[in-house]
Design a protein around this ligand. Structure first.
Ligand code: MGD
Ligand code: MGD
Ligand code: SF4
Ligand code: MO
Length: 753
């Protein structure tokens, strides 16, 4: 990346940290007996995991010498049932990683030369506060944006809202599950939410469209799926790749990528025309069934076969499996669903199918989740904003959260509209370089803004572009907000420090409070430390910090009625009509197709293959690739290539190749080929998260390729602004293209195809 704000390798920094550490920890004001980690009678400390966002609750065990020995699930916890996944167990590597950020860093420019220097917390925080003040007075607080993810993001969100900015976005929306939430809320009047309220343990049939549970290791879901399989449930997996889930399935439908909507419509056709739908349920709760029936009249399995390559008899057989299992059937909504730009409409087809089968609100389908709301610690109302993420996302009428790419776009003066220009960013707990597609857009934005602060635990790619880098301590060294996600019954979980923060690192709640106080926002941070906040909140709901330190997880009885609909129960869905909308009145009112239609997507040109990507069980995005424990299990990604393709290209298993996409963008690093029949010949596959560019991530630097840098074409969902990322095509290069003399050879080779 060539930028005005040059990327700086963070290597060889933070060496002086150890000597500066002690004094700074006292700044916490929390290094007292009540810290928990200072109390000897505890040798295990409650936490909830931050290695991914399933947020399993568990215990961190610490030996007498103050060393973390293991992290284990809490048996009372509904997210983990007492068992952590490999990543959660390896979470201690996040604490032990010797490459961690240790001290605050400030960018210094000396002519053309740019470096980071170590700074004290006071210096770094003063600088951030002064930038926040100057942005506020020159442009308004809305011009300082927060791009965030996970627990640190939550803490910073409070700071930003108190400061007067709601220009906030996270990649977990427009790069992840946004479209399915819009799809389900326009159909059932309710988001799917996280954890998904899929009643997998009692299902008789589960249909996975791409969703690769087993590699996607969301814990409770994986456990319930293996129980369901043991109990004889039928699994139907639709995936161009024989995923782990597909290998456990009765039916694997190796669909041609980008054509799922045709398959879904054909299933809807069979279920309606073979009268496999739940008639009573559809009649009582459905809206627009007749329109839907007419709409899919011609969308036969034979029609879909021509598009999807899935045989008509397989389409019929799988539809019948669903019909016979109904209502104990789940057509899984998926999670990372930003694929081809028509993702809300594909999500609608999934929702409609569930509606026809009567699975919403039924045992073995989707249950009604219930959570507990955590009272807000006393504070004044947040100030009103003149514009926000909503204004920036106005073009997408059904966006319900900040669209990261729109916030990034509004940071480029020529792209900003109506004076809504973003001038500065705080980036907390998200590695934008890996999580946001369209490198050019990010590059231009980073070049345009005046100031960027990154709050991270690691010297990740994005940290190299910051003006100030703040080192957060890991989740094992800090308090955070109470976890209170909805589940089969309400529950809460506590995260508390098991050990002292290493070096100069600090928790986000402390960082937010320090900046807030420098901005004069004392009333919003009217507490001594986070224990005070937690204890107050816990007491409002009938617990206390002391109790939670001992039990870690507390479960509550349901108050909002049963898990499932009663037989024939009167029920009003939160849609315009109060019904399950097969025909969406909201989409129609906003000018979109009220029922999903199939539209073809571009195909790879000759010599190119569709780039698809997914998860590996032992890694989470780019956040674990340098983790010593997890890096040991998998230290680079591989490119799955069908042997047919390898034969044409004369490529061997284990050989390294570079990739070039349709826009001539090259992978920075090469990737190892894995020849396998488990992938269709028209696509190649890699695990997301590798290809780190920051040398100070010493274990992972340069290992494997990054899917994100090859995703330069995005297909934007017109309904909610999701960035479809699977319309990118790559060519395999056997010679290093960064080496000029190989250019021609690569070209000749690919022209032969
Ligand atoms: N190309 C491509 N892009 C994708 C995806 C994909 O599969 N392919 N997946 C998409 C999806 S589904 C999602 S949800 C997003 C995820 O996007 P991100 O959340 O941006 O994912 P990570 O790359 O893990 O970045 C997390 C950053 O947080 C830091 N971090 C970890 N723990 C802490 C902490 O306790 N405190 C602080 N302050 N920082 C911490 C890590 O070091 C890392 O730099 O990406 C999306 N983008
Ligand atoms: N181990 C691990 N688990 C995780 C995460 C992690 O980082 N690591 N991240 C979590 C997060 S935030 C998310 S959002 C989820 C994401 O996980 P999911 O929602 O399950 O997965 P996706 O990324 O949507 O899909 C990946 C699968 O889609 C297939 N695929 C590609 N193109 C097509 C197509 O056109 N049609 C069909 N039918 N399939 C296709 C790929 O071959 C791959 O198997 O995973 C979660 N779980
Ligand atoms: S699924 Fe694994 S990584 Fe995610 S929160 Fe649970 S234990 Fe942690
Ligand atoms: Mo995600």
């Amino acid at each position: 990346m060539i930028t005005r704000r040059k990327f700086i390798q963070i290597s060889a920094l933070g060496i002086g940290a150890a000597s500066m550490g002690v004094g700074a920890i006292n700044l916490l004001g929390a290094h007292s007996k009540s810290d928990g980690y200072a109390i000897q009678e505890f040798n295990r400390f409650p936490t909830y995991c931050e290695v991914c966002f399933w947020k399993c609750a568990g215990w961190t065990y610490v030996d007498k010498g103050g060393k973390i020995v293991k992290i284990k699930g809490n048996p009372e916890d509904t997210h983990s049932n007492g068992r952590f996944c490999p990543r959660g167990t390896g979470g201690v590597g996040m604490y032990n990683d010797t490459d961690r950020l240790q001290v605050p860093l400030i960018r210094v420019k000396d002519g053309d030369k740019q470096t980071f220097r170590e700074a004290t917390w006071d210096e770094a925080l003063d600088l951030i506060a002064s930038k926040m003040k100057s942005v506020k007075s020159k442009y308004g607080p809305e011009s300082f944006a927060l791009l965030k993810h996970g627990a640190p993001g939550k803490q910073m969100e409070h700071l930003f809202k108190a400061y007067g900015s709601d220009t906030i976005g996270e990649p977990a929306y427009a790069q992840c599950r946004g479209p399915r939430e819009t799809a389900f809320s326009t159909t059932f009047g309710s988001w799917v939410g996280s954890p998904e309220p899929t009643d997998i343990r009692d299902t008789k049939c589960m249909v996975l469209i791409g969703s690769h549970i087993g590699e996607n290791m969301h814990n409770g879901q994986v456990q319930e799926m293996s129980d369901a399989i043991e109990n004889g449930a039928t699994i139907i997996t639709v995936d161009p790749r024989l995923s782990t889930a597909a290998s456990k399935s009765k039916y694997w439908l190796p669909i041609k990528p980008a054509t799922d909507l045709a398959l879904l419509l054909a299933w809807i056709h069979v279920i309606i025309y073979e009268e496999l739908y739940d008639k009573k349920y559809v009649e009582q709760y459905g809206y627009g069934f007749d329109e839907l029936k007419a709409h899919v009249a011609d969308m036969t399995p034979e029609w879909a076969y021509g598009i999807t390559t899935i045989q008509p008899d397989v389409i019929r057989a799988t539809a019948r499996e669903m019909g016979h299992a109904a209502p104990a059937v789940i057509v899984h909504p998926g999670r990372h669903v930003v694929w081809y730009g028509d993702d809300t409409q594909r999500g609608r087809a999934v929702a409609i199918l569930n509606g026809l089968l009567g699975s919403w609100g039924r045992r073995g389908g989707f249950y009604f989740p219930e959570g507990i709301s955590i009272p807000k610690f006393p504070r004044p109302d947040y100030p009103k904003t003149n514009w926000s993420w909503e204004t920036l996302g106005e073009k997408y009428p059904l966006a319900e959260m900040g669209i990261t790419t729109e916030i990034i776009r509004a940071s480029i003066p020529s792209e900003a509209k109506d004076g809504h220009l973003v001038k500065a960013w705080m980036v907390a707990g998200t590695n934008l370089i890996k999580s946001i597609p369209n490198k050019r857009l990010i590059e231009d934005a980073i070049n345009s803004i005046d100031f960027m602060v990154v709050v991270d635990t690691m010297p990740s790619d994005i940290a190299g572009y910051a003006d100030v880098v703040l080192p957060e301590c890991t989740y094992l060294e800090r308090y955070d907000g109470i976890r209170a996600a909805a589940h089969r019954h309400p529950s809460i979980a506590l995260r508390m420090p098991a050990v002292k923060p290493k070096d100069e690192t600090k928790p986000s709640w402390w960082i937010a409070k320090q900046i807030g106080e420098r901005l004069g926002l004392h009333e919003y941070f009217n507490f001594k430390d986070y224990e005070e906040v937690l204890d107050w909140q816990l007491k409002q709901i009938g617990s206390s910090l002391d109790e939670m330190k001992k039990i870690g997880v507390k479960n509550f009885e349901r108050k909002e009625g049963p898990l499932y609909l009663g037989d024939g129960e009167d029920y009003e869905f939160n849609t315009n009509t109060g019904k399950i909308e097969f025909y969406s009145t909201e989409l129609e009112a906003k000018g979109f197709d009220p029922m999903p239609k199939y539209t073809p997507h571009p195909e790879p040109p000759a010599g190119f293959y569709r780039l698809i990507y997914g998860r590996a069980p032992m890694h989470t995005f780019s956040r674990t690739v340098n983790n010593p424990n997890l890096n040991d299990l998998m230290d680079e990604n591989a490119l799955w290539v069908n042997p047919r393709v390898a034969k044409i290209l004369d490529i061997k298993n284990g050989q390294y190749v570079w990739l070039k996409n349709q826009d001539n963008v090259l992978s920075t690093f090469p990737i190892k080929v894995r020849l396998t029949e488990r992938i269709r010949w028209d696509s190649v596959y890699m695990v997301h998260g590798f290809g780190q560019t920051n040398k100070s991530m010493s274990r992972t630097y340069g290992k494997g390729a990054a899917d994100t840098e090859l995703i330069t074409k995005i297909m934007v969902d017109p309904i909610m602004g999701g960035t479809g990322m699977r319309g990118n095509f790559v060519m395999l290069l056997t010679q290093n293209p960064h080496n000029q003399k190989n250019k021609k050879e690569n070209q000749d080779k690919n022209q032969e195809i």
